[in-house]
Unconditional design. Structure first.
Length: 550
């Protein structure tokens, strides 16, 4: 049995209020992942959603990822009992045909990126795509405006057209599990529209919140990415693992480690189109025991699998962190325990991002503002070297600063500076930040730190060797004993590293004292000592294993 989470369904928090929403109104819904935001809009073939309640009125559903668009389209096809295109030979869903669908009955589904391209075409061609004609506009995963601005310089186009314009004929809904990311910019947009347009009288509905409850997570902290493979290898259950990594290099490293351990593992990235991606899209499950992923799974992908009980999240920001945890769909009425592994990171990680990423961009922005001629002299023939999340060419081919990218940059800078300051007093500063994001700050416990992960099989063999030596009163030459211990060290890099730390790596063959310190550190209650015995009539030193006497 699981636990009932202290959450409400989106349908419950909105209730009958939708009947009171007027044209021009803006609605914000803060919905923890898994609380039915899509279900509130679409429903299913047996249950009315918003699209049923609005009759023949038109609805534009905007989302930020292709996978989420596909999910919405499939839900609509199932709801209306329409044919789902399939590949004849395999019977699998034909995702290429799904991607070509734009409108299903009275619902149009587009991505923010598609809309940005349409708005650009409106400026430079004779096209006139007008979304003001829709009765309802759903901005799903609306944190997109700020979060993606860190790598996409076109987010401002969607933002200015969807948020900062007046829509007197439409009700606009902004939905996200991390809506606090964009709360201020939405509020400011509404304020400006009401001030600038004498005919605008937009009402903001912002009371809808499903609550926050991640108590189903058992959170553990790790120090080194290399430990993840060993933690997984030491898990002798059949439970699955989902590992989110920061980079392709990290993913490949973990994958290779797990393959060397003969563990069934796959690594998916945005550029890939492999079988596990298809499995998740078609069945909401993956077949391998361990799935490694970049942010390609950050939203739009729902995994519903009771065998998935372990998630590793390595993220630098709140939105990515929340979205990656939310890929595993939890039954809020009967939530099963899930192990969440999160990194300590260090002050150096954030100092590095500040020094090599954030500050150089800020210096470039300041150069443009303070000395445009110097800026142009430096970059006019080298525009590709400019960070494209910050700078763009306007209609007059002038270099401009992307205001959303600018806001994202400073938000990240301030966060890094804040965490760096906290690291001065607390090595768990970032752990506590992550716990705060999911309302579990009171659960912090230093004992949840996984500091030294040793391969259990190697440890069992080492303990067996020492125990047998003790029980059989075996006597070893120093050389033989050190050679034997070295075999164990060669099979586990962590043991080698920990032993090296004990004398700062001064020598390869450690003495008896350092070996005993290592045995104690890994929890063994045996030590090695030296004693003289008669060998062929002569007294010679031999190493023996004995119990620790308290």
């Amino acid at each position: 049995m699981g636990i009932k989470l202290d959450l409400q369904w989106v349908r419950e928090v909105v209730g009958e209020d939708w009947k009171q929403w007027k044209k021009g109104d803006m609605v914000k819904i803060n919905a923890q992942t898994g609380t039915g935001k899509t279900y509130f809009i679409i429903g299913d073939k047996n249950t009315n959603g918003l699209i049923d309640n609005i009759g023949n009125k038109t609805l534009l559903y905007i989302c930020n990822r292709r996978a989420l668009k596909r999910e919405i389209k499939l839900d609509l096809l199932k709801k209306f009992e329409m044919d789902i295109p399939r590949i004849k030979k395999t019977g699998k869903i034909n995702m290429n045909k799904i991607d070509t669908l734009k409108t299903i009955k009275n619902v149009t589904i587009l991505s923010y990126q598609e809309l940005a391209s349409m708005f650009i075409k409106n400026k430079y061609t004779d096209t006139n795509y007008n979304i003001h004609e829709f009765d309802y506009i759903i901005c799903d995963e609306c944190h997109f405006f700020l979060t993606d601005s860190g790598f996409n310089n076109k987010t401002y186009i969607a933002f200015f057209n969807l948020v900062r314009e007046h829509y007197p004929s439409s009700v606009r809904l902004f939905i996200s599990a991390t809506i606090d990311e964009v709360n201020n910019v939405i509020d400011k947009a509404l304020e400006d529209i009401n001030e600038e347009d004498v005919f605008a009288d937009i009402k903001l509905w912002d009371k809808y919140n499903t609550g926050l409850d991640y108590s189903y997570l058992n959170v553990k902290y790790f120090n080194r990415i290399n430990d993840i493979s060993k933690i997984i290898n030491n898990d002798k259950s059949n439970e699955k693992w989902l590992v989110f990594v920061k980079s392709e290099d990290d993913g490949n490293r973990i994958k290779q480690d797990l393959l060397n351990m003969d563990i069934d593992v796959e690594f998916i990235m945005a550029k890939d189109n492999n079988e596990e991606k298809t499995n998740i899209s078609d069945n909401n499950k993956f077949n391998c025991r361990v799935l490694i992923s970049t942010k390609v799974l950050d939203n739009g992908i729902n995994i519903k699998d009771d065998e998935l009980r372990n998630i590793v999240v390595m993220a630098y920001d709140k939105t990515t962190f929340i979205q990656e945890i939310g890929r595993l769909r939890i039954n809020i009425e009967d939530a099963k325990l899930v192990n969440l592994y999160i990194p300590i990171f260090s002050e150096k990680v954030f100092s590095g991002k500040l020094k090599y990423n954030y500050l150089p961009k800020i210096e470039t922005i300041e150069l443009l503002r303070e000395d445009r001629n110097s800026f142009l002299a430096k970059y006019s023939n080298d525009l590709k070297s400019l960070p494209n999340d910050i700078f763009y060419l306007d209609n007059d081919e002038k270099i401009k600063v992307n205001l959303l990218g600018h806001a994202r940059l400073y938000k990240d800078k301030w966060f890094a500076e804040d965490v760096i300051e906290k690291f001065r007093y607390d090595k768990f500063a970032y752990i506590k930040e992550q716990l705060k994001w999911i309302g579990l700050e009171s659960t912090f416990n230093e004992e949840n730190l996984i500091e030294m992960v040793v391969d259990e099989e190697v440890m069992e063999n080492l303990e067996s060797f020492l125990t047998d030596a003790y029980n059989n009163d075996e006597r070893f030459t120093k050389e033989f004993f050190l050679e034997k211990i070295d075999e164990f060290l060669e099979n586990d890099s962590t043991l080698r590293e920990e032993l090296n730390k004990l004398d700062n790596g001064k020598s390869r063959n450690k003495g008896m004292k350092k070996l005993n310190e290592l045995f104690e550190k890994v929890g063994l209650d045996l030590i090695v000592s030296s004693k003289k015995f008669k060998v062929n009539g002569k007294l010679e030193s031999r190493w023996i294993v004995s119990e620790i006497i308290e």
